[in-house]
Design a protein around this ligand. Structure first.
Ligand code: 1YM
Length: 652
């Protein structure tokens, strides 16, 4: 009960502006630097509102040596006449009544920054002193406020003087100067970089208004520093500014602007050759860092219009899936600003626009205007640039998604994928183990029987695996033979490739010594080159060399690996009779023969695939696997000759 009593007593005491001083955090967030700058933003907001609504052109902000700040606008001037109900001047209402002012029930400001806007009275409450000068109807009016310490108690923002006309003037507008209270903010000082950045942002957001910032604090060169911001291009200038150090894909940012009585929208974007997406959004000049309904509307419109265009222009075929929004936003710099009434903020930091009706409003407007823009033949090069970039982004996205998927599923694929295919070896030491990838089931069968199961594993391939050069990564990974291979090796692919997971020291491709076999070897090498390049560069990939001929005499058998060798053997035999067998494929060898000729480490010949120069190798593989038929034929022909050592070093 005593707690409740305390609260009630508390509330009684906290009348008017004194409440602000007791709980400043409730009104300005913090009593640190940010909170102190908030005092300035309250006054700036009022000045900007007046100018943006067409009653003036210029806002001047000045920071003085005593850490006071002033704001001047050349608008109508805050009303100076006596408020009929409150019996005090308009100026006094604005600076002493919490939440007072036109913003809450007045038609002259349609939109106002002031949701932030706890009002100018908070600035007064947390200042040591505050001075207001109003130039109106040829007269200059002045009123002063202060926060004196009376009998050990601080009275916040009470008037020091009545409003009075001090002289005539030929100016119009409102001037407010105040000193943030050191009893609240201690030694915090105004920071010119922070202030200039925000004022520049306000100038970008409010096309054509002029903002002048002067730093009158003594500088080494004894000159005041003056910043001037005025952007006739508005958000378009903002985007150009943000992209200043970047390479744009087209020179003119796209710009859309529209307004009705109760709603205003302005938007601009430009793509760069980078990869980051920078979308900035605002409501009534306030940054909506967490986005919200306006941003969602903009993004859906962009995605829809560009997907439609991609289809119309043939970038997407009928069977192709739509690109995703993020594909169209890769490298984009976009700024979206709306002005509206009854703003609802949501989210963790209350910086997310929640008004649901805004999504459709923005989406429809952006859709219609973008369609118009891209329908214009003049803008075709811009559209092409955007679509090409998005297609490329989608490819990369898809590749990395699949690589991740493979990595994630590595274990589950391993088991389910290899049942009945891989004949594993019993040895567990990867650095001694060998994997034979064998063309065809019958050769696979012989290899399984002929091998040393202690360290040799066999993976037979049925038919030809997919040509990795011609297929997209998803098609490659849908291929059963390739999935078995990935699973058997254990490393994953692309950026997920992990050499420490490799289960074999030697990966030996065993294919027939004919053109078909050469083709399969090429396809496998292309796959390794593109998806497991380190497997090659680490020196794990080998080509097995089965013999072409068997020369048998009564008591001995010899094998020839090419025609040259055959000639030599026959010569050695002299006049003796012999039996000559030409192997048409691995399948013709029985398990013993396959072991003797091709698998036994003490007798076999292997060629290590050695790609010294990856760029060169890619060229060769492109020739091999690309669409040009003639160079491919020529290459396969040479490649089928096992003595060629351009790509492979022969080792014993
Ligand atoms: C340097 C700060 O506060 N300018 C400013 C404020 C007001 C007006 C003009 C104004 C508003 C209206 C009519 C109206 C304000 N007036 C009020 C209130 N600059 C700065 N400039 N005439 C003048 O909204 O109808 C609040 S803000 F409440 F007194 F009308």
């Amino acid at each position: 009960m005593s707690e409740n009593e305390y609260k009630a007593k508390d509330l009684e005491v906290l009348e008017g502006l004194d409440a602000v001083r007791v709980r400043p955090g409730m009104y300005i967030g913090t009593t640190g630097s940010k909170g102190m700058h908030h005092l300035l933003w309250e006054i700036v907001d009022n000045a900007v509102d007046e100018v943006v609504n067409g009653f003036g052109e210029t806002v001047e902000v000045t920071i003085y040596e005593d850490n006071s700040a002033s704001v001047f606008d050349n608008g109508r001037g805050i009303p100076v006449d006596i408020h009929p109900k409150m019996k005090i001047s308009g100026v006094e209402v604005v600076f002493t009544q919490l939440h007072a002012g036109a913003k809450f029930n007045n038609d002259s400001y349609i939109f106002s920054g002031g949701l932030h806007g706890v009002g100018a009275s908070v600035t007064n409450a947390l200042s040591e002193w505050l001075l207001v000068e109003v130039h109106k109807d040829g007269r200059l009016y002045r009123q002063e406020f202060h926060s004196p310490n009376i009998d050990g108690k601080i009275k916040s923002g009470i008037k020091k003087t009545e409003i009075e006309c001090v002289k005539t003037t030929d100016k119009k507008g409102t001037y407010v100067r105040f000193l943030p209270d050191k009893r609240v903010f201690l030694d915090e000082k105004f920071q010119i970089e922070y202030i200039s950045k925000r004022l520049r942002e306000i100038a970008f957001l409010n096309k054509g208004i002029k903002i002048i910032l002067t730093d009158r604090r003594v500088r080494p060169d004894d000159e005041f520093k003056v910043y001037e911001y005025c952007y006739v291009g508005g958000l378009k200038d903002f985007v150009l500014f943000l992209n200043d150090a970047k390479e744009a894909l087209y020179s003119e940012p796209i710009f859309i602007e529209d307004s009705t009585a109760k709603f205003k929208m302005s938007m601009s974007f430009q793509h760069t050759d980078g990869y980051t997406e920078s979308v900035f959004s605002y409501v009534n000049n306030i940054p909506t860092t967490e986005g919200g309904t306006h941003e969602t509307g903009f993004k859906s419109a962009l995605t829809k219009v560009l997907n439609d265009a991609a289809r119309k222009k043939g970038y997407l075929k009928e069977k192709d899936a739509n690109l995703q929004g993020e594909d169209f936003r890769e490298g984009i710099t976009a700024v979206l600003a709306v002005s509206m009434q009854n703003v609802q903020f949501e989210g963790q930091t209350k910086t997310k626009l929640g008004n649901v009706e805004i999504k459709a409003l923005v989406e429809n407007l952006v859709t219609v205007r973008l369609e118009e823009y891209f329908a214009d033949n003049m803008n075709k090069p811009v559209l092409d640039k955007i679509l090409q970039k998005a297609i490329q982004a989608a490819r990369v996205r898809e590749a990395s998604r699949l690589a991740k998927e493979v990595a994630r599923q590595k274990n589950s694929i391993n088991n389910s994928n290899l049942v009945g295919k891989l004949a594993a070896c019993t040895g567990k030491n990867a650095s001694h183990n060998e994997l034979f990838i064998v063309e065809g089931d019958s050769a696979g069968g012989s290899a399984k029987q002929g091998r040393d199961r202690g360290f040799q594993a066999i993976l037979p391939l049925r038919g030809k695996p997919l040509n990795a050069e011609k297929k997209r990564v998803d098609q490659i990974l849908a291929n059963d033979e390739i999935r078995s291979m990935i699973s058997a090796l254990g490393t994953g692919i692309l950026e997920e490739y992990d050499r420490t997971d490799l289960k074999y020291d030697k990966v030996i491709i065993l294919a027939d010594a004919d053109q078909d076999g050469a083709h399969i070897r090429s396809i496998l090498l292309t796959f390794f080159f593109r998806y497991m390049r380190e497997l090659i560069t680490d020196g794990h990939v080998y080509i097995g060399m089965p013999p072409l001929y068997k020369v048998a005499r009564r008591d001995s058998v010899r094998y020839a690996y090419d025609d040259e060798e055959l000639k030599e053997i026959i010569q050695e035999m002299g006049k003796a009779s012999y039996q000559l067998q030409r192997y048409k494929g691995l399948g013709e060898m029985n398990p013993e023969q396959l072991w003797d000729t091709t698998m036994d480490p003490s007798k076999r010949a292997l060629m290590r695939v050695n790609i010294e120069d990856a760029a060169d190798a890619e060229k060769i593989i492109t020739v091999l696997m690309g669409d040009a038929v003639e160079p491919r034929k020529r290459y396969i022909y040479e490649y089928a000759d096992f003595n060629k050592t351009t790509l492979f070093d022969q080792i014993k």
